[in-house]
Structures are given as structure tokens and as C-alpha cells.
Design a protein around this ligand. Structure first.
Ligand SMILES: *Cc1c(COP(=O)(O)O)cnc(C)c1O
Length: 397
């Protein structure tokens, strides 16, 4: 943690991003913490080995580098403690397993990240846990779905691909009235732009693969819990043998240092692109909760501190060839799934085949856009050329 000549908290989050999780005085003066590669931990005496009582005991149970990242994330999220997992999906799976047992029911938002959905429908189902999907816009109405065996209410806001904003305080109040745990996937906003524990969550999950890493070069998940939820999380995390690799932990800590400046830029550039796209004749609808007039705007403004660079658009109807011509010729937008890096992405998506509680029926194809750190005019020109390639095919059709 902070060395002795750093003034006490409270400090601004951007200051904490720089100071947290390192102590140059204990690192021979080097600015960054060292990376510990290790499985075996040696004990000085037979007594200490037999009792297992020392700070570090086994590689899987964490190293000093791991502790630094856990402390930093717990502090930024505003939770009581954090554990690390080798991917965001592993973090989601660990968090769900920590609070569920056979016979339980989980209420899951219909807008959830799709692999989370598969985990519920396949693996949890095999272990006798039943999942009920709910409309992401349900708000306080979720109390009508709560049953005696509902142990977990899971939210993700904005929703994966479709960007619905959820009223987390209302959902959490209904869940807590029935003693359920509220799990929240906070990847879109990162711990900087949404404080889930101030809005009723008991557990906050990050795909650190995305903005915390920020450079498309690592896989990691973090799970942060409040006091009430932490013991179950720690036990399940330990029993599943979850841990993250030392170099990825180091890269995630390094990513954190610039998270503030990167996100400000993603937010600003993303909004500028969203506004520009809203004015384009090819675009039917822009799905961006921080854009004035978006159905989620009021909740975003009430609860969030900022926005990231990920949003979606719905195009006016066009055929597959036109869409492929647009996407395949883009110079700066790559076609790839894992967003949150410094580079822009643009991928088609269709959630209509697997939504069950809500109907998704866009008029044309949908694109999910991640606005990276490139110059915005270059990005606009790239998309503009893409729209021209679409139009060229329309005329020959
Ligand atoms: C990418 C993502 C995940 C999964 O993270 P991985 O590290 O890729 O496993 C979870 N939730 C959301 C919202 C995501 O976008």
C-alpha cells in the first residue's frame, strides 16, 4: 500500500489510481511492484509449516503482486475485499457458485453477457439450480418474481450488446427484502464510473480483460464483495482453485494507472461518434445510455459517473453483402469480440435468437462499436467510406 510519505485518504480516484497497490520504499525504490512467479512458498520453521500461519502460503493462494491488485480493485469498487480469476467469465462462474446450491433459483437479466447465460442454462441447471430470466427494465417489479428459493438476483447495466439501463437500487431493494444476494457485472463502466456498492450490489464483477487491462493483451476477472458476501466468496474461490497468472496480474496493475485518462477519452470520443452516427441516414437508432434522448439516459445520469466507449447502432435494413462490404473494408475498426483495449472495434450482433424474457426485433442489422483511442475524424472517415461501400452495392442490386 501507500508509503509513509503519501498523505492519508481521502484522495481523488485519479490520484488513487496512481498511488494504490505499490510501495516504492519496500521495492528498493522502484516505482512498480515486483512480479512474483511462484508455486512453492517456504516456511522458516516446522511449527510455522504445520500451522500454515504466515502471510503467503501457496502460489495459488496469492502473491504480494496479487494482493496489491486485489487491494486496488476493492478500494476502487468500494467493497470489503476482492479475489481474482483467470477471466471475466471465470469470475462470473465463481460468484454464482459462491451463493447458490441445488434447489435455488437465480433471477437473471435477459440482457446478460451471453456466456453467463450459458453457464446458468447448462452448468447451473445440471446442479439443480433454476434460472429465471427477467426484463432488464423491470425495476421494482422484480419483487413479483422473487420466490422463497431465490438466492441470487443478477444484474448487468448497461446490458450486453443492447445497452438497457437497469434500475439497480430498485432491484436491490426488492432482492434484499427477501434476503437474496445482488450480483452485478460492472465491466462496462469499470469501477471508476459506477460504484455498485453505493447502489445496492453485494458483489461486483469485472472482466478486467476489458478496460482495466486496456491493451487487449490479458485475460482476467475480479470479484469484489461487501462484508456480508465476502466469506462465501473467499471460500468458493479457494475451493475452485481460482487464481490469475503473475504476468497478467502485473499487466492489470499497470493498466490501472492509466484507466482514468483512457476512460475519459473513450467516453468523449464514444459520445462524439454516437452523436455523429445518430445523424447518419444509414442509421435507424443509436443505443448509448449517455446520449441525450436514449431510453437509459435518466438512469445513467442519476447513477453513473461517466461512460465508456462501447455502444451499438441499429442500421436501416440492408442485405448481408452490403454489411460485409462495409465491415470488411474498415481500416481502423477491427472485427473482434473483446473490447476495452486502445483500438476500435465494430462487429455485427443479433440477440433475437436467445432472448427469452424480452423480444428483440430491430428493423435492420445491429453493430456493436468500441471507440478506441484513435483520432475521431479518422474514425468517422473510416465509417463514412464503409457506408459508401454499402451504397455502391445498393445501386448495383
Ligand atoms: C467480456 C465480458 C465478460 C467476460 O470476460 P472474459 O475475460 O472475456 O471472460 C463478462 N462480462 C462482460 C460484460 C463482458 O463484456
Amino acid at each position: 500500500m501507500a508509503s509513509s510519505n503519501i498523505p492519508p485518504r481521502p484522495q481523488h480516484p485519479s490520484t488513487r489510481l496512481v498511488t494504490t497497490g505499490r510501495d516504492p520504499a519496500k521495492q528498493h525504490g522502484f516505482v512498480n511492484p515486483p512480479v512474483y512467479h511462484g508455486s512453492t512458498v517456504l516456511y522458516p520453521t516446522m511449527e510455522s509449516y504445520v500451522s500454515g500461519k504466515q502471510e503467503f502460503t501457496y502460489g495459488r493462494q496469492g502473491t504480494p503482486t496479487v494482493r496489491r491488485l486485489e487491494e486496488a480493485i476493492a478500494e476502487l469498487e468500494g467493497g470489503a475485499g476482492t479475489v481474482l480469476a483467470p477471466s471475466g467469465l471465470a469470475a462470473i462462474a465463481t460468484a454464482l457458485l459462491a451463493y447458490l446450491q441445488a434447489g435455488d433459483n437465480v433471477l437473471m437479466t435477459d440482457s446478460v453477457y451471453r456466456p453467463s447465460r450459458r453457464f446458468c442454462d447448462q452448468l447451473l441447471a445440471r446442479f439443480g439450480v433454476e434460472t429465471t430470466y427477467y426484463d432488464p427494465l423491470i425495476g421494482a417489479g422484480i419483487s413479483e418474481l422473487m420466490r422463497d428459493n431465490t438466492r441470487v438476483v443478477y444484474a448487468e447495466s448497461p446490458g450486453s450488446q443492447t445497452f438497457e439501463m437497469q434500475d439497480l437500487p430498485a432491484i436491490a431493494e426488492a432482492a434484499h427484502a427477501r434476503d437474496a444476494f445482488v450480483l452485478f457485472d460492472n465491466t462496462w463502466a469499470s469501477p471508476l464510473y459506477f460504484k455498485p456498492f453505493q447502489h445496492g450490489a453485494d458483489i461486483s464483477i469485472q472482466a478486467a480483460t476489458k478496460y482495466i487491462g486496456g491493451h487487449a493483451d490479458l485475460m482476467m476477472g475480479t470479484i469484489t464483495a461487501n462484508e456480508r458476501a465476502l466469506p462465501d466468496l473467499q471460500h468458493t474461490h479457494r475451493d475452485l482453485g481460482q487464481c490469475a497468472g503473475p504476468d497478467d496480474v502485473y499487466l492489470a496493475l499497470r493498466g490501472l494507472r492509466t484507466l482514468g485518462v483512457r476512460l475519459e477519452r473513450h467516453w468523449e470520443a464514444g459520445l462524439e461518434m454516437a452523436r455523429w452516427l445518430r445523424s447518419r441516414p444509414e442509421v435507424a437508432r443509436v443505443l448509448h445510455p449517455a446520449l441525450e434522448g436514449d431510453p437509459g439516459y435518466e438512469i445513467w445520469k442519476r447513477d453513473f459517473l461517466g461512460a465508456s466507449g462501447l455502444f451499438a447502432i441499429e442500421l436501416k435494413p440492408c442485405d448481408k453483402e452490403m454489411l460485409a462490404a462495409m465491415l470488411e473494408g474498415l481500416a481502423f475498426f477491427g472485427m473482434g469480440a473483446s473490447w476495452g483495449g486502445y483500438e476500435s472495434l465494430c462487429v455485427p450482433f443479433d440477440v433475437s435468437p436467445y432472448r427469452t424474457a424480452t423480444k428483440w426485433a430491430p428493423e435492420g442489422p445491429c453493430l456493436r462499436i468500441h471507440v478506441g483511442l484513435e483520432n475521431v475524424d479518422d474514425l468517422k472517415a473510416d465509417l463514412e467510406r464503409g457506408f459508401e461501400r454499402m451504397r455502391a452495392l445498393q445501386h448495383t442490386a
